[in-house]
Structures are given as C-alpha cells and as structure tokens.
Design a protein around this ligand. Structure first.
Ligand SMILES: Cc1ncc(COP(=O)(O)O)c(C=O)c1O
Length: 427
C-alpha cells in the first residue's frame, strides 16, 4: 500500500478512486508555529526552540522527498511487516450482541505495537540530520523497545528514559531494551512514571547537539505532534481501505485508547472528512477522583506541560501537572496531544473513559473468545467498544485499534488474579 505523507501536496498525480478512498487527505496542518487552534505551540526557552526548529526544518524536507518515503515504505513492509490486517471478532461480537467488532491489528507489528511506525520515521530523520545518538522516553516500554530496535538497525546509540515504577511494572520490556543494546536511564523522582521519563529525556536532549529526541506520542512542542501524526497515519490509511474492501463500507465508529494520543490520531486522521464516529478512550483508572485516573481530556482542563498547550490534569493546590494513575503504564501521562484537544472542542471526536476493571474484563474477553491477548492500553479501547456495541445495529462496523499485544502485561494481570483483585467474568 502506498504511503504518501502529504497527499494534497503531491502534484501531477491523479489518484485512482480506490486510492482516494484509502488515503483521505483530511489532515489539518497546524499553523507555522505549531498551533492546532489554541492548542500546541512551542512554549519553550529560545535555545530549545532553536533545536526544535532544526527538527521541524529537517522534517519538512523529508516529507517532500520521495527517497525518504521509499526508504520508510521498505522498512515498514520488510522490518515491521506492514500492512497489518483488520480482523472480525465474530465470537466476541456474537457474545455481546449488537454491532460487529473489528480490530486493526497493530499488535502484529514487529515488536508488538504501533510505536514502531513512528520510531522508523523519526530514526530515519535523525540519521538524515547526521545525529549519532537518540534518546526516548517510555512508559509501558513499547516505545522504548521500538526505539531501541530501530536504533540497533540504524547504528545509532540509544538511551531510554523510564520511571522507576514503570521499570518495575514492565520488567520484560526493560530486558528487551537492554538486549537490543539500549542504555536505560531510570527516573527516580516524582511519581516515577511517564512524565518524569519525559522530563529526563528532554533535559538530556537539550544539552547534547549530537542527539535526536525520538518522542513516542503525539505530544510535546511543535513539530512533534505533527510529525508523530504523520508517521502514525499509515494506520488510518490502511484501516480505511481495508474496511471498505472487506465490509463494503466505512466503519460506523472507530475506537482508540488515548495516552498521549498517537495511535488514536493515526487512526482518526483518515476519517476526519467522513461522518464516522470517533471515540478516544482515556484511562478512567479507579474512578473520577483526583489522583485516581489519567483522563486529561474528559476530566482535565487547558494548560501547558512539556512545552505545549493542551488539556491536562492539574494539581488542585498548585495548578501544576497533577497526580495521575492507570493500570496501564502507557496511559498515565497528565496531558494529551494538542490535536485531540482541538477535536474535542470541535466535537469531531468524543473522549470517554473506562476503568481499570473494565479494561481488565476486555483483556480477558478478547483472550478467551478470539485467542488474542491485547495490551492493557488497547484493552481500554476495546472495553468501550464492547460497552456500546449492543446499542448499534447488527450490521454496524465498530473498528478498534488494537495498538499492542499483551505479553508485557501477562505477569501484571496474573498477579492481580492471584491476589484476588481481579476475577474474569464469563461472557
Ligand atoms: C500498546 C500501546 N498502546 C497505546 C499506548 C498509548 O500511547 P498513544 O496514546 O501515544 O498511542 C501505548 C503507550 O505506551 C502502548 O504501549
């Protein structure tokens, strides 16, 4: 499947009707300073802005470079096994009733998650810029593993910053990153999760000119939200064409979990010009009280964190980034990609939340009915689709982005079952 980054900007090219269907060019560009409406931007000191502008200029050059596109296409197909298929969950849909649940199988990417779509693009860019070292933050470890593997492939030195709590929760991925040759830098401050990992990666990157920051979600100052959206948009382009091909129509609704928002924006970007319903599913954790969730869009308010303006969870006492919690190490970030903030305000996408318990039920249901163990992150998207499926007609297509596989979460879920904290219900 072709993968032009900027379909609208390609001249002298007449796409076929099928290509037009498969490559919805509805992607809104942020303005030149990186604003999606009031959100995004570069709220950073001048010396950081200089580094970001260098990345933005290099990215603008590669977007129009057919050689870069060709190299990325080849890596996606031969290294990461794209295109990933869509899959009809017939057993699960029958058990729940209502609309038909389909999965976009991003879990089948090399290394088990959508994160590699972005690391291939950013590491290629780093190499084009002559950088010898990359640094990345990680929560669940999936972005860390994808960065470590891509860096190994491209001969780049690699450091992965990770909060101490996530090192504990995601031991398997820590070992994988080490085996792939990455150095792990552990953040011991604050809540010891994703925010602290981002703090650490940003501060190391700023002080090292030879380093490229491979940011793992559609967050951060410009150009990162745009760049990550562009590299993840392959998910939506493929899903749109595949759904049309296999069901004869577009999906009725799309569902994606939202941590920083990269798998969600990758999927949504291909459907913004349609009336397909879009649901971003946030981590509702233990409930709606402060410190019990990480639902930045549905329970937060506008504010600036890590150099960009978006919705965020604030500490009620100080107004700074507040406490967050989720069972999923990949979802507990106190802010969210600025494009999602705009889509929320416009009402084009709906941001909802499911609890840890509901995500665990979905994890177990998919494993038992379809033989697919989903990541706990992706289980949030599935849980919401399962909740609303009975309200849709039988021929409705509900497309869930299965952003990752759940091997990394198996030990954590097993421990909860053994403690009696989770007992899967029969469907
Ligand atoms: C499998 C998986 N899905 C989703 C996410 C959330 O990230 P994002 O919202 O950027 O897609 C993560 C983050 O680590 C992840 O590992």
């Amino acid at each position: 499947m072709g993968r032009p980054f900027r379909i609208a900007h390609r001249k002298n090219e007449q796409p076929s009707a099928a290509q037009e269907e498969s490559m919805a060019d509805t992607l809104k560009e942020p303005d030149s300073t990186g604003f999606f409406g009031a959100y995004g931007g570069q709220h950073v000191p001048q010396e950081v802005k200089k580094r970001l502008d260098e990345v933005a200029e290099a990215f603008a050059r590669v977007r129009d470079d057919p050689e870069f596109t060709k190299e990325l296409d080849a890596l996606e197909s031969h290294f990461s096994c794209r295109p990933t298929p869509i899959f009809h969950c017939k057993n699960l849909s029958r058990a729940i009733g209502g609309g038909q649940i389909w999965l976009k199988r991003e879990d089948l990417n090399h290394l088990g998650a959508h994160k590699i779509n972005n690391t291939l693009g950013q590491c290629l860019l780093a190499r084009r810029m002559g950088k010898k070292r990359v640094i990345a933050e990680t929560g669940a470890g999936q972005h860390g593993v994808a960065t470590a593997a891509t860096a190994a492939l491209m001969g780049l030195d690699c450091t992965i910053c990770m909060g101490a709590l996530d090192v504990e929760r995601q031991h398997l991925n820590v070992t994988r990153m080490e085996m792939l040759g990455a150095e792990i830098a552990v953040a011991q401050n604050g809540q010891k999760t994703l925010k602290e990992a981002v703090d650490m990666a940003l501060s190391r990157w700023i002080h090292d000119d030879g380093m490229f920051y491979v940011l793992g979600s559609a967050v951060g100052p410009h150009p990162y939200p745009l760049m990550v959206r562009v590299f993840q948009s392959v998910v939506g382009r493929e899903a749109r064409a595949q759904t049309l091909n296999e069901t004869g129509k577009l999906p009725d609704a799309c569902f994606a979990c939202v941590g920083g928002g990269s798998n969600a924006i990758g999927l949504f970007s291909a459907f913004l010009d349609t009336d397909v319903q879009l649901f971003g599913v946030e981590p509702g954790g233990r409930g709606d009280g402060y410190g019990d969730h990480a639902a930045s869009l549905s329970l937060g308010e506008p504010g600036i964190l890590h150099g960009f303006n978006s919705y965020m969870i604030k500490d009620p006492a100080t107004g700074e980034a507040g406490l967050v919690y989720s069972i999923s190490a990949g979802l507990d970030y106190p802010s969210v990609g600025p494009e999602h903030a705009l889509l929320k305000d416009q009402g084009r996408a709906h941001y909802v939340r499911v609890t840890d318990e509901e995500a665990l039920e979905a994890f177990s249901a998919l494993s038992r009915t379809e033989g697919i163990i989903p990541a706990l992150e992706s289980s949030h998207a599935l849980a919401y689709a399962m909740k609303v499926a009975p309200t849709y007609p039988k021929d409705a297509v509900l497309l869930v982005n299965l952003s990752g596989r759940g091997d990394k979460d198996v030990a954590q879920v097993e421990a909860l079952i053994q403690k009696g904290a989770f007992k899967p219900k029969a469907l």
